[in-house]
Ligand binder design. Structure first.
Ligand code: 2GW
Ligand code: MN
Length: 297
């Protein structure tokens, strides 16, 4: 691939909006080639967006799975979500767990509710993480469609550390994996076996998206989750599993059904990747986990 020299645009033409200065950056890509915005700090005016979403009375669901020992992550997840996630909007948490008795009670802000939904666990951890897609898709039809407008689907071993507001929302959105936002296409860890339903050819792939945070309108999330679940089942029938499990199938989906908005790695940071200058704010962090302890049965 030829190295393209990116020239920094100087935005002066047509920049009439009084607050445009706080809504444009020239050091990072702010829009995909298919014209989906990439959300970075300094790319939006939250007051304008909040007014728009309040006008529509938008309801937002946040799904999270806490199966087996992963229930320990829930406290910090919910407590930090109360501080940073969609503050001032209507929020429904959906906690899927096999241990409802281990879910503590939380004091929630106004307009926010938490629903605990019991699900069965799976023996293999790969199935625990992958089956989330099946459960999400089923609940889209059964429940979410009646209760919320947008859904955000997250890993539980995370903590909110900065604003996550309605700027994220769009028909269907994905987050750029923090380990790959500066990587070239050939470095993306997509599934490369053509026999797999997660297959992405070497010369395709737009970004490497993380499996730990995605969302959109309920009907769009249904399509994402339903595709991923069926792709997994088709592979399973052939005794296959994509390299990064649900994340691989998610990347495959987004290659051919492109997200309408992308979240910059600010929205899913991992301190393992340090502090690059582009990342002005780390809004969401992977919590360190003792792998041995937390992943043993
Ligand atoms: C247990 C053993 C090994 C791996 C996962 C689990 C496990 C996961 C579990 O016992 N209980 C549980 O509730 N989970 C859920 O699955 C939980 O919500 C957790 O956040 C999610 C994904 O597992 P996690 O966070 O351990 O995997 P990561 O952080 O390495 O996740 C990335 O890769 C995964 C696929 O391998 C997924 O795509 C995930 O979305 C990615 O962030
Ligand atoms: Mn995780």
């Amino acid at each position: 691939e030829s190295q393209q020299k990116v020239t920094q645009p100087n935005i002066t033409v047509g920049a009439n909006h009084p607050s445009y200065k706080n809504c444009w950056r020239t050091d990072v890509m702010m829009v995909t080639p298919w014209l989906a915005p990439i959300v970075w700090d300094g790319s939006f005016n939250i007051d304008i967006l909040n007014a728009q979403f309040h006008q529509r009375g938008v309801r937002i669901g946040l799904t999270v799975f806490a199966i087996k020992k992963y229930t320990v992550f829930l406290k910090i997840f919910i407590e930090t979500a109360e501080k940073y996630f969609m503050v001032g909007h209507k929020v429904c948490y959906y906690v899927f767990t096999d241990r409802p008795q281990d879910i503590p009670s939380f004091s929630l802000g106004e307009g926010r509710t938490l629903n605990v939904i019991e699900v069965t666990s799976y023996k293999r951890w790969q199935d625990v993480t992958m089956r989330r897609m099946q459960i999400i898709s089923e609940n889209c039809l059964k429940r979410f469609i009646y209760e919320v407008d947008y859904l955000v689907c997250s890993d539980v071993d995370m903590m909110f550390a900065g604003h996550h507001g309605v700027e994220m929302l769009s028909d269907v959105f994905a987050a750029i994996h923090p380990g790959f936002f500066q990587a070239s296409r050939k470095q993306f860890t997509h599934e490369r076996r053509p026999e797999s339903q997660g297959y992405i050819p070497e010369d395709e792939g737009d970004y490497y998206y993380t499996g730990c945070y995605f969302g959109g309108k309920v009907e769009e999330v249904y399509k994402v989750a339903n595709f991923c679940h069926h792709a997994m089942m088709a592979d399973k029938a052939k005794n296959m599993e994509a390299l990064w499990h649900d994340e691989s199938y998610l990347n495959r989906y987004f290659l051919y059904y492109k997200p309408t908005k992308l979240l910059s790695p600010e929205y899913v940071w991992n301190n393992y990747y340090g502090s690059p200058v582009y990342v002005k704010i780390k809004r969401f962090l992977h919590v360190d986990k003792d792998f041995e302890k937390i992943r043993s049965n």
